[in-house]
Design a binder for this molecule. Structure first.
Ligand code: SF4
Ligand code: SF4
Length: 437
């Protein structure tokens, strides 16, 4: 039974205690509706933030059981939090939908396939870096030995489902070597030390975007940062929390709080929007734990997106690597809507010498990646991607910059599929190249 919707506190519990301690102050004004991508897809009230809040409230008040329709609606939501940005009443919609998903997961209302996938991939594989690396090696083998090529050419997966054939194309290319194995635990700055910063290698970032991690670390070193990557760090837990598995999310968060608390650091720099948003929320995750509250709040207060940190330390680009390039920026949802970061990356990009910056229409509209949404709801995700690519076409950029691995994989997939010859890169990669003389 979902707890009543009147409490005035917010908390993040483990699996046994339902978490509906949130403030529901929705005025039902509907101002969020034009900002909701799923409402735009269906034009149905139940697929809008306001409609979903009504559904959640009905379940919470015991007027509605958790039906398959309720489960579908909660999973149809992207958790992009564009509605939070638009809401004048400050409704914490993200907490609401994540609490609903936790309830659904804990009470076993999802399909067996979905539950097993979440338990095996997010709950078991992602709970230990060694397991992630083993999975990455298997994926690399699949890539290097032509299995992916064979499946694509023969279309054999279409025998099972068209979506399965397409989804295997979405898998990012695995890096030659995980970033966490490229550096020791503590890396010295180039020149005089100004700061000591922690760095989360991440799960997907570590094995599939290791070069982006390297770019981030090298940028930090070049700007006087000693970089600490604790050996005992783990996946941040955001994917698990967003998909209802709060017990695993909390356990991962606990390990990271303990790992980073061993070092005296000025900031923890992140280059994945979803991970940064969740680590900024660790204080909330442990607010009911007398031992972990203080270190978790301390850690959260130090978390910075890489663009936020570089902007704060007055980073300057030096070279002209991107002279005469038309560059645009796609806002990752968990940067712009959850962390409210949109000005800093733009200002850093615009400061690169010779760049012609061009705004992407609807740059804050979700690209359809949304964690594992492009796998679990492939068709809806592709409709959102098509809308994004239409806007890209309209401005004809040479380069698209963005700050989240999910957006990189999704947009890259769309560009390749549509044969669009546009370079796509992470903001850290752009800034590193832009600072080369
Ligand atoms: S989180 Fe995104 S998809 Fe979900 S209701 Fe809000 S705007 Fe719509
Ligand atoms: S969530 Fe906010 S914007 Fe949307 S209907 Fe409620 S009060 Fe209005």
């Amino acid at each position: 039974m979902i707890a009543n919707t009147n409490p005035t506190t917010s908390s993040f519990h483990g699996a046994d205690v339902p978490d509906y301690g949130f403030i529901v102050n929705c005025m039902h004004c509907g101002l969020c509706l034009p900002h909701c991508p799923t409402y735009a897809l269906t034009n149905q009230e139940k697929s809008s933030p306001r409609g979903r809040i009504r559904l959640i409230k009905s379940v919470a008040d015991g007027d509605l059981p958790i039906t398959q329709g309720f489960v579908d609606e909660m999973n149809f939501c992207l958790d992009c939090q564009a509605c939070e940005t638009a809401c004048p009443a400050g409704v914490k919609y993200g907490s609401l939908v994540e609490s609903a998903r936790a309830q659904i997961f804990q009470q076993g209302h999802e399909s067996t396939f979905s539950t097993l996938t979440k338990k095996f991939i997010l709950g078991w594989v992602f709970s230990q870096p060694t397991r992630i690396r083993i999975l990455a090696r298997l994926l690399k083998f699949y890539d290097d030995f032509g299995i992916k090529w064979f499946l694509k050419k023969t279309g054999i997966l279409r025998l099972f489902s068209d979506s399965l054939h397409e989804i295997q194309e979405l898998a990012p290319t695995i890096s030659d070597r995980p970033s966490s194995q490229r550096y020791p635990e503590i890396v010295q700055p180039y020149g005089e030390k100004r700061f000591t910063v922690g760095f989360l290698a991440g799960c997907i970032m570590d094995v599939a975007y290791a070069d982006v991690n390297t770019d981030t670390i090298e940028l930090l070193r070049a700007h006087g940062c000693e970089v600490v990557m604790p050996h005992t760090q783990v996946c941040c837990g955001s994917l698990q929390a967003h998909n209802g598995d709060r017990e695993t999310a909390r356990e991962l968060a606990r390990k990271n709080v303990e790992a980073f608390s061993k070092f005296n650091i000025d900031a923890i720099v992140m280059n994945s929007a979803g991970c940064g948003a969740f680590m900024k929320d660790y204080g909330h995750v442990f607010q009911d734990d007398p031992l972990l509250t203080a270190p978790a709040v301390d850690l959260s207060s130090k978390v910075r997106d890489v663009t936020e940190f570089l902007h704060e330390i007055r980073f300057k680009t030096a070279g002209e690597y991107f002279r005469d390039k038309r560059v645009t920026y796609h806002d990752a949802c968990h940067l712009v809507h959850t962390q409210k970061i949109s000005r800093q990356p733009r200002e850093l990009i615009k400061a690169a010498r010779g760049v012609e910056f061009v705004e992407l229409p609807e740059s804050t509209w979700c690209c359809g990646s949304a964690g594992i949404y492009n796998i679990t709801r492939y068709d809806d995700s592709m409709r959102l991607l098509a809308r994004k690519l239409e806007h890209v076409r309209s401005i004809r950029p040479d380069i698209i910059v963005t700050g989240n691995p999910g957006c990189l994989a999704q947009i890259q997939y769309g560009l390749l599929k549509e044969g669009m010859n546009i370079e796509l890169m992470h903001t850290a990669t752009f800034l590193r190249r832009a600072s080369e003389a």
